[in-house]
Design a protein around this ligand. Sequence first.
Ligand SMILES: [Zn+2]
Length: 314
Amino acid sequence: MTSSLHDDGLMEHVPCNLCGATEYTLRFPDTRMHSVNGSEQWTAFRCTHPGYGIHPPIVACSRCGHIYTNPRPRYDVIQHNYEIVEDPLYLQERGARKITFRHHLKNFQRYTGPADGRRLLDVGAYIGVFVETAIEAGWDAWGLEPSLWAVNYATEHGLSVVQGTLEDARFPPESFDALTMWDVIEHLADPLGQLEHCYRLLKPGGWIAVHTMDIESLFARLMGSRWPWLMEMHIHYFSRRTLGEVLEKAGFRVVRIRPEGRFLRLRYLTTRLRPYSAFLADVVDGLGRVTGLDKVPLPVNFGDLVTAYARRPD
Ligand SMILES: [Zn+2]
């Protein structure tokens, strides 16, 4: 455990990212005492990591109600982890993610209008599945991604995915017509600062789509501490209200925030179910094989994932 995230030296106390307040109340206590040993620490940062229910303390800001992890891994630790992350399991889910992203893009284009070769940047592009989807739809699509492994994979497949972060990427201001962040904002140390960078990169009148979990959704409230998105790699838990607030604070005009689900293969769902009930996971796996449903991506929407559509004013 000598170099694990459980050591105090790798954790830091942070103020609320939305309002700067330092007072908070505990929402979900630290569950890492039940965690695996330190040798597996990095796996918590993989997109498909099944470390459900294992997280540092999750608190609610006393002033604005924003929910976030506090204390949380130090900024440089988070950054380093996302640079070195490798996730071969994600590749297996490529097909299902592609279908999900086609739906996400179709809905986003209701606001942006058709692509017409305009420039789009996917922030946190990972292996470039959304970038590829946007290119197929006619966008001049780019990606930005900290993980070297993911960037190498994307560039080997001919996609323009740049390694780095919004702070160090050398895109000129107002160089994109549309920006997207799919399942990214909950991982960021400083969502407000990153959205301000996004604002600068967007042309006036340009659109941004931000997709994340909604901790105040009915499903999340019913599940309580068993809501599967409470996990170490998530450090900000937005609601529709706080997601709208952080976007507005960065300068955007929020036009709509609505639930938007995803497509998943049954086998992927059962790996997520397994920590709760191995028996149930085996039963569902078996049913999937018998019915052939294990090969078909299925639509999943519990109402606890939302997309915000917002615009940089003209
Ligand atoms: Zn606050």
